[in-house]
Design a protein around this ligand. Structure first.
Ligand SMILES: Cc1cc2nc3c(=O)[nH]c(=O)nc-3n(C[C@H](O)[C@H](O)[C@H](O)COP(=O)(O)OP(=O)(O)OC[C@H]3O[C@@H](n4cnc5c(N)ncnc54)[C@H](O)[C@@H]3O)c2cc1C
Length: 810
C-alpha cells in the first residue's frame, strides 16, 4: 500500500483523505501548516455557496457529487445536523439577454442530471421575499443548490479519515519535497521528514509555492475577492436558523448573496482584479485574521451596494459589519489542476478547486490514485494539459485576472480570449490575414474560422438565417466554403492539430501496446486507432502514420496524450512533440489530386498513393509528407512540412491552385463537413467515460489483445449497451443548435448533444448526441431543447454523408 502525504487540510485535502481511506488506502498523512480545523486557507472563510450548473459536464458532476456527499454527512444525526443546507439557488435576470441565457443554463443543468427550471418573477419573490419585483424578469431555480458548511465538513471528513487510519498533523509546514530517480520519496517539514510514495498538493492559493519546490510552474493565480456581511437586518428577524433563503446570484451586476442567520453575505466580482503572489501571502503567525484574508479595501467595494440595493432594496438601511478581501485561485482556463504531474512521478495536484466541486474532485482524485483513472472524464482538468506559453508568470497573471473579471459574464461557447492575443501564429498567418481571415483561438494559435475573401461565394451557396446567439462568431461564408470544397478544392490550415514523432528500437511494439490499432503494416501506411484506459474508456483517438520500420508520425489530441506517451515510453523509444516546429495543410476536395499532381513528378494516382497511405515527396520546391486522408470526408491530403517552409508551401499550392479554383477554407467549414461525415472529435463527442462500442468506434479496435484496455474491451457486450452516440437530424433545417443541449423524449431528458453544425452539402441541421440505447435506433423521434424551445429531431443514418466512403477512396 503506498504511503501518501497530502499537503493541506482545506476542503480538498480533507475530501481526498476521506475518499482514499474509504477505498482502503489508510497510510495517509495530511500535513497542515495552520491549526485544525480552521487552518486559514480559503475554505476557512468562504461563504460556501454552491451553484451546481456549469458549462462543463464534468464540473457539474463534481458539484452534484459534492452536494450529495456533504448533504449526507451527518455529524450529529440526533440534531439532524448536515454539512449542506439545501436552501436552493436562484440566478436572477434583469435583462432579456440574461433571461434567455437562464434557459440555456437550465438546459446545461438538466443534461448533468441537476433539477433546474426558469421561474417567473412572482415565484422568485415567493422564494426570496427580500428581492424587489421592479427589474426582475425571471430566475433560474435549482432546488438542490445551497450552502456548504465547509469547515464543519472538513472536520467531519478529517475525523472519519483518522478513524480509518489517516493522520492529520497540525501546525506543520511542508518546506521541501524529497525526490530520487525522478520519483518523490517524501516531504521535509517543520516537524521533520515524512516518507511518501505519493505526495498530493492540495495547497490551494499556496499551490505555486509548493510547485516551485519541485520545479513545476502552476497555472494558478491567487486573487483577492471582496466579501461583506451585514449586521442583522429587521427584514430577516423572523429567521432563526443558519439559512433558509435560497442563495442568489445577480450575474448582471457581478454579485451573489447568502443568508447567515439574520444577516446577508454579499460577494462582489465587480472590482478590478487584485492578484497576489503565492510567496507574498503572510505566514499564519503574522496574519491578522488568517493568511487567506487580506485587509478590506473600501475603494474596490464602490458600486457594489448600489447594484445590490437595486435588487434587494432593504440593504439600503443595512450596515456592513464584516468585510474582507479573501484570497482564492483562478487558472488560465478556469478549470482546476488535477492529476499526477508528468515532471515528477508520484507528485500529484488537486488545486484551484472551489468548495462547490471539492467532493467530486476528492472522489475523482482517489479513484485516479487507486484505480488508475477516475470514473468521470477529467481531460479538461488534467494538470498536464497546458501549452508551454500558458505557464509563464505574466500569462498566468493576465489570464487569471481576466477570468476573475469574466467570472459571471455571459460568454458564448465560441468566444475566444481577447487578451493576450495573438500569441501563436502559424507560418501561413500573413497570407490568411491578406485573405481576411476571421480568427478564433486554439491552443494559443490564431485559427481561421472563415475567410472574408470568400464572401463572393455566398450568393451561390446560401445558408439558413440564424438567431442572434447562434450567429455570433459565425458567417454565411462558412457554408459557402464547405460547399465550394465539396465541389472543388480547399486549403485548410491544420497546424493547430498536435503531432509527435515516435521513433527508435521497439517503437512499433510500444505503440501496439498502448493503442488499439493493428500497426504491423508496411511503412507508408496510416492507421486510425484509440488509446483506452483499463476500463476500455477512450482516452484519445490518434492517427498513426508509419514512415519507417521504427519511425512513426502520430496525430494526437492534446498535451495530455503527449505526456502520457512520454511517460510510458521505454528508454529505447523517443517521443517528441513536433507541433511547433512543423506546419500542416489540408488540401481537400475532388480536385485535390489533380492539383497536388501538378506539383510533383511522383505518381499520386489512387493505385500509387491509396487511401490511408503516405509518402514523402516534393510539392514544387517544398519537401512534404503527403498523407492520403481527410477529416472532412473528401478525397484529399494532409500535407506536413517544417515551419520554415510554411509560406513557400502555401504560395506554391495557391499559385498552382488558381487553375483549379482553390479557396482557403476555415475551421467552420471543416467542422460542418466533418460532422456530415460523422467523424468524432475527442473531448467533445466522446471521452474516457465512453467505450468504443458506444461511440461507434469499435472498427478501430484490433481483434485479440495485447493493448491497454483489451481485457475490459473484450468483456464488453456490444449488444447490451446502455447508451449510444447517434446522429440526430433536426426536422426543420432552420432550427440551429450549437452543442451541449438536452435531448428529450416525451418530455424527459434522455441525453445531450455533443457537436452540432449545419450540414451545408446535405442541407440539414445535424446534432450528434448521447442517448439511451433503446432510443438510438434510426427513425426514433426525439427533441432538442434550445433555450426555451424544443426542436423535433430524428435519429438518422450515421454518417449522413458518403457512408460508402466512395469520395475518400476514389
Ligand atoms: C471570499 C471568498 C469567497 C468564496 N466563496 C466561495 C463559495 O461561495 N463557493 C465556493 O464553492 N467557493 C468559494 N470560494 C472558493 C473556495 O473557498 C476555495 O476554492 C476552496 O476553499 C479551496 O479549497 P482548498 O482546500 O483547495 O484550499 P484551502 O482551503 O486554501 O486549503 C489549503 C491548505 O493548505 C495549507 N498549506 C498550504 N501550504 C502548505 C504547506 N507548505 N505546508 C502545510 N500546509 C500548507 C493551507 O494552510 C491551507 O489550509 C471563495 C473564496 C473566497 C476567497
Amino acid at each position: 500500500m503506498p504511503k501518501i502525504v497530502i499537503i493541506g487540510a482545506g476542503i480538498v485535502g480533507c475530501s481526498l483523505a476521506d475518499e482514499l481511506t474509504e477505498r482502503g488506502y489508510h497510510e495517509v498523512v495530511v500535513i497542515e501548516k495552520g491549526k485544525l480545523w480552521k487552518p486559514g486557507g480559503s475554505t476557512s472563510h468562504a461563504p460556501g455557496v454552491v451553484f451546481q450548473t456549469n458549462g462543463s459536464r464534468t464540473m457539474a458532476q463534481f458539484a452534484r457529487q459534492t452536494v450529495e456527499k456533504l448533504y449526507n454527512i451527518r455529524p450529529d444525526s440526533d440534531r439532524d445536523e448536515t454539512c449542506f443546507l439545501k436552501v436552493g439557488s436562484m440566478e436572477i435576470a434583469t435583462t432579456p439577454e440574461r433571461l434567455a441565457d437562464l434557459h440555456r443554463r437550465a438546459g446545461l443543468a438538466l443534461t448533468a442530471g441537476i433539477n433546474a427550471r426558469v421561474i417567473t418573477p412572482n415565484e422568485a419573490l415567493k422564494l426570496h421575499p427580500l428581492l424587489v419585483r421592479d427589474k426582475l424578469l425571471g430566475a433560474l431555480y435549482v432546488p438542490d443548490d445551497g450552502i456548504a458548511r465547509a469547515i464543519r465538513a472538513g472536520e467531519v471528513m478529517g475525523e472519519r479519515s483518522t478513524s480509518r487510519g489517516a493522520r492529520f498533523i497540525s501546525e506543520c509546514e511542508v518546506l521541501a519535497i524529497d525526490q530520487s530517480d525522478g520519483r518523490v520519496t517524501g516531504v521535509q517539514t517543520t516537524q521533520g521528514s515524512f516518507p511518501a510514495d505519493i505526495v498530493v498538493s492540495c495547497a490551494g492559493i499556496w499551490g505555486p509555492k509548493i510547485g516551485a519546490m519541485v520545479g513545476m510552474a502552476k497555472a494558478i493565480q491567487p486573487l483577492a475577492h471582496q466579501l461583506c456581511y451585514t449586521a442583522p437586518m429587521t427584514e430577516l428577524a423572523s429567521y432563526k436558523g443558519e439559512a433558509e433563503l435560497p442563495v442568489l446570484r445577480h450575474q448582471g451586476s457581478d454579485l451573489y448573496f447568502r443568508q447567515r442567520g439574520q444577516s446577508l453575505a454579499i460577494g462582489w466580482y465587480g472590482h478590478r482584479p487584485l492578484p497576489v503572489r503565492a510567496e507574498d501571502i503572510v505566514p499564519n503567525e503574522l496574519a491578522e485574521v488568517m493568511p487567506s484574508q487580506m485587509a478590506f479595501t473600501p475603494k474596490e467595494w464602490k458600486g457594489a451596494m448600489e447594484h445590490a440595493t437595486e435588487v434587494i432594496p432593504s440593504l439600503k438601511s443595512s450596515e456592513i459589519v464584516e468585510s474582507m478581501n479573501g484570497l482564492f485561485s483562478f487558472t488560465v482556463d478556469n478549470f482546476p489542476l488535477m492529476g499526477e504531474w508528468s515532471g515528477l512521478k508520484g507528485f500529484w495536484v488537486a488545486e484551484a478547486v472551489w468548495i462547490t466541486h471539492a467532493g467530486g474532485v476528492g472522489r475523482a482524485m482517489a479513484e485516479w490514485i487507486v484505480n488508475g483513472h477516475p470514473t468521470l472524464a477529467v481531460h479538461e482538468c488534467d494538470v498536464n494539459r497546458f501549452e508551454t506559453h500558458q505557464l509563464g508568470s505574466l500569462h498566468i497573471e493576465e489570464r487569471g485576472a481576466q477570468n476573475y473579471v469574466e467570472v459571471y459574464d455571459l460568454l458564448h461557447p465560441l468566444q475566444p480570449m481577447e487578451s493576450p492575443r495573438p500569441i501563436r501564429t502559424t507560418g501561413y498567418y500573413p497570407r490568411q490575414q491578406e485573405l481576411g481571415a476571421f480568427f478564433l483561438e486554439a491552443s494559443g494559435y490564431e485559427r481561421a474560422q472563415w475567410y472574408e475573401s470568400n464572401a463572393g461565394l455566398v450568393a451561390r451557396y446560401q445558408s439558413p438565417q440564424r438567431d442572434d446567439w447562434s450567429s455570433k462568431f459565425w458567417s454565411p461564408i462558412i457554408g459557402a466554403e464547405a460547399c465550394a470544397v465539396r465541389e472543388g478544392v480547399g486549403l485548410f490550415d491544420i497546424t493547430t492539430l498536435k503531432r509527435i514523432e515516435v521513433t527508435g528500437n521497439g517503437a512499433l511494439e510500444f505503440l501496439e501496446r498502448l493503442t488499439t490499432g493493428n500497426l504491423k503494416k508496411k511503412p507508408g501506411s496510416i492507421t486510425y486507432c484509440l488509446m483506452l484506459n483499463e476500463r476500455a474508456g477512450i482516452m484519445s483517438d490518434i492517427t498513426v502514420m508509419r514512415r519507417g520500420e521504427r519511425d512513426f508520425f502520430v496525430g494526437v489530441n492534446s498535451n495530455i496524450d503527449i505526456n502520457y506517451l512520454k511517460q510510458m515510453a521505454p528508454d529505447t523509444v523517443h517521443v517528441k512533440d513536433i507541433t511547433a516546429g512543423t506546419v500542416g495543410l489540408g488540401l481537400f476536395g475532388p480536385k485535390s489530386r489533380e492539383l497536388a499532381q501538378s506539383l510533383t513528378r511522383d505518381d499520386l494516382s489512387n493505385e500509387a498513393l491509396g487511401y490511408f497511405k503516405l509518402r514523402s515527396t516534393y510539392l514544387g520546391h517544398v519537401p512534404v509528407t503527403l498523407c492520403r486522408l481527410s477529416y472532412v470526408g473528401e478525397l484529399g491530403y494532409e500535407i506536413y512540412s517544417t515551419a520554415d517552409l510554411a509560406l513557400k508551401l502555401w504560395d506554391t499550392l495557391w499559385q498552382a491552385g488558381k487553375k483549379f479554383g482553390l479557396i482557403a477554407a476555415g475551421r467552420g467549414a471543416f467542422n460542418s463537413m466533418r460532422l456530415e461525415k460523422g467523424y468524432r472529435s475527442y473531448g467533445t463527442d466522446m471521452t474516457s467515460e465512453h467505450n468504443p462500442h458506444e461511440a461507434g468506434l469499435s472498427f478501430a479496435v484490433r481483434k485479440g489483445g495485447g493493448y491497454k484496455g483489451a481485457e475490459a474491451f473484450n468483456k464488453l457486450n456490444p449488444n447490451g449497451l446502455t447508451r449510444r452516440l447517434v446522429c440526430l437530424v433536426l426536422e426543420d433545417p432552420h432550427h440551429v443548435v450549437l452543442g451541449k443541449e438536452p435531448v428529450l423524449h416525451n418530455g424527459n431528458v434522455v441525453g445531450y448533444v455533443t457537436s452540432a453544425y449545419f450540414g451545408h452539402t446535405l442541407g440539414k441541421q445535424l446534432a450528434y448526441a448521447w442517448v439511451s440505447a433503446e432510443l438510438s435506433t434510426q427513425g426514433t423521434r426525439l427533441s432538442i431543447r434550445y433555450f426555451d424551445r424544443d426542436y423535433p429531431a430524428t435519429v438518422g443514418q450515421d454518417p449522413q454523408y458518403d457512408p460508402q466512403m466512395t469520395r475518400l477512396r476514389s
